[in-house]
Write a protein that binds this ligand. Structure first.
Ligand SMILES: Nc1ccn([C@H]2C[C@H](O)[C@@H](COP(=O)(O)O)O2)c(=O)n1
Length: 186
């Protein structure tokens, strides 16, 4: 069999079997937040957020990144002259999830799934945007004034927050290699 015919017959093979798991909604939403975090170029802390409406539909996702047009042009430093650190510039995952929510989506009443507890600035945004709940994965800055202030504001605003409890320890996504037709001679 020549190479073209062999590749052709490969293409006619059935697709590799994909193992299907049934994900419960909350695992799925936090997994989307975790996957979104992986888009961040922050070398130290990658954060992802997934905004879900009352119909259990994702209306926006986000990760921490530099403002549009500034990626690669501003520092990711944690220390040094304040103006040379990321803290002056970075857009947090929660802000991006709210801003990225599709134009016709109402973020009021949404739940924010986020991989790291929201900072005080994002908490203000969460409250003012009318979100109804925050579900977080990690709270590594729990003893900092920012996180304490966040919790104080959420408590006073009557917005519940809870640590995410997963039902599946791992959600793996394997992308099968699928040869595309027209690429046989590559
Ligand atoms: N809820 C949060 C908290 C932090 N971020 C971003 C902001 C920075 O890029 C990074 C924190 O940096 P670190 O001080 O841990 O080096 O995470 C966020 O998007 N959402």
């Amino acid at each position: 069999m020549n190479l073209v015919a062999k590749k052709q017959s490969q293409w006619e093979q059935p697709l590799p079997e994909l193992k299907l798991h049934f994900l419960i909604d909350t695992d799925y939403f936090m997994a989307v937040a975790v996957l979104s975090a992986q888009r961040s170029k922050d070398p130290n802390t990658q954060v992802g957020a997934c905004l879900v409406n009352q119909d259990n539909k994702i209306v926006g996702t986000g990760h921490n990144c530099m403002p549009n047009g500034c990626e690669g042009k501003l520092p990711w430093n944690r220390k040094g002259d304040k103006l040379d650190t990321k803290y002056m510039y970075v857009c947090h995952a929660e802000l991006n999830a709210i801003v990225n929510a599709s134009a016709n989506a109402d973020v009021k009443g949404c739940t924010m799934y986020v991989t790291l507890f929201p900072c005080n600035e994002c908490t203000k945004l969460i409250i003012q945007a009318g979100l109804k709940e925050v579900v977080y994965l990690c709270d590594k800055y729990h003893n900092t004034p920012g996180t304490i202030a966040s919790k104080r504001m959420l408590d006073k605003a009557g917005i519940p927050y809870r640590r995410f409890v997963h039902t599946m320890p791992q959600i793996a996504i394997a992308l099968p290699f699928i040869e595309t037709p027209g690429n046989e001679n590559a």
